[in-house]
Design a binder for this molecule. Structure first.
Ligand SMILES: NC(=O)c1ccc[n+]([C@@H]2O[C@H](COP(=O)([O-])OP(=O)(O)OC[C@H]3O[C@@H](n4cnc5c(N)ncnc54)[C@H](OP(=O)(O)O)[C@@H]3O)[C@@H](O)[C@H]2O)c1
Length: 255
């Protein structure tokens, strides 16, 4: 009997926050990882070391998800890494996670802020996935990151949340078009989580933290473990029939 192949996950923004937590949780359950970082190589190297300590293989590649002109070259880098480190042609799971937060009212949002959000969150997810499609194994999985803010509204997040709403629609179309290849596509929509995101406000602003906790059925804000664990669970073998779904991971906010 041939040995089962180790799954390989590609996680954008896997160097910090939710992406890193997902990478660690997947590694703990036996998955190798290609992670990307934008500017913080030190954190990316430390994430790779953490995964290797868990006995899994990991590689960090630089990527700006806001610059689609670089995606063809990035796909070639992924192809090279797959050959070099795994002697494989394809990877199994794509997690489109990298992102930035912008807090500004509709009245104050600049075109530059809006364009950054479009490029990083929506255009990036669309065209990076397009360029990586030939490298994703048939029967593979894609998870796109949205936000609770695409379901409920908080002043100051109109542009950001609109991009996440677009990702949710896009994910259903991806699921439809990739179904014939056996690839599932789902959305994880986290609530407010204590990471560096948006300047670390949820973690560092006690008043904001308490306000969100008071709105949440489970009575606290989220931690990276809450989301990384959910993504790893969604990617586990028993969840292959979940497809085209939005799963909110928010402790039950605004129920
Ligand atoms: N935290 C929350 O409350 C929350 C809630 C709902 C949804 N989300 C979503 O969850 C995802 C991850 O958020 P997080 O909290 O983990 O954020 P984070 O802690 O700030 O980490 C962001 C990650 O994305 C990378 N990144 C940032 N800009 C990038 C770019 N232009 N190109 C490529 N990579 C880039 C960073 O790399 P460097 O370290 O190299 O900069 C880092 O690895 C985002 O899509 C976010 O919208 C977060």
């Amino acid at each position: 009997m041939s040995k089962p192949t180790t799954p390989i996950a590609l996680i954008t923004g896997g160097s910090r926050g939710l992406g890193r937590n997902t990478a660690t949780k997947l590694a703990e359950s036996g998955t190798d990882v290609i992670l990307t970082y934008h500017s913080n190589k030190v954190e990316a190297d430390s994430a790779v070391a953490q995964i290797e300590k868990l006995g899994r293989r990991a590689v960090a590649l630089q990527l700006d998800v806001g610059v689609s002109a670089g995606f063809t070259a990035f796909a070639e880098q992924v192809r090279g890494a797959l050959h070099r480190h795994w002697q494989r042609e394809r990877f199994d799971y794509l997690v489109n996670n990298a992102g930035v937060g912008v807090h500004a009212s509709i009245a104050e949002t600049t075109e530059a802020q809006f364009d950054e959000l479009v490029n990083v969150h929506f255009k990036g997810t669309f065209f990076l996935t397009q360029k990586l499609l030939p490298l994703i194994a048939d029967g593979g999985r894609i998870v796109n990151l949205s936000s609770g803010l695409a379901r409920f509204s908080f002043p100051g997040y109109a542009a950001y949340a609109s991009m996440k709403g677009a990702i949710e629609v896009l994910s259903r179309y991806m699921a439809k078009e990739l179904g014939p290849r056996g690839i599932t596509v789902n959305v994880i929509a986290p609530g407010a989580i204590e990471t560096d995101f948006g300047g670390g406000a949820v973690r560092d602003n006690a008043q904001l933290n308490a306000m969100i906790a008071s709105l949440t059925a489970l009575g606290r804000v989220g931690l990276p473990d809450d989301v990384g664990g959910a993504i790893a669970a969604l990617l586990s073998p028993g969840n292959g029939w979940v497809n085209g779904q939005r799963i909110e991971v928010a402790g039950g906010i605004f129920l």
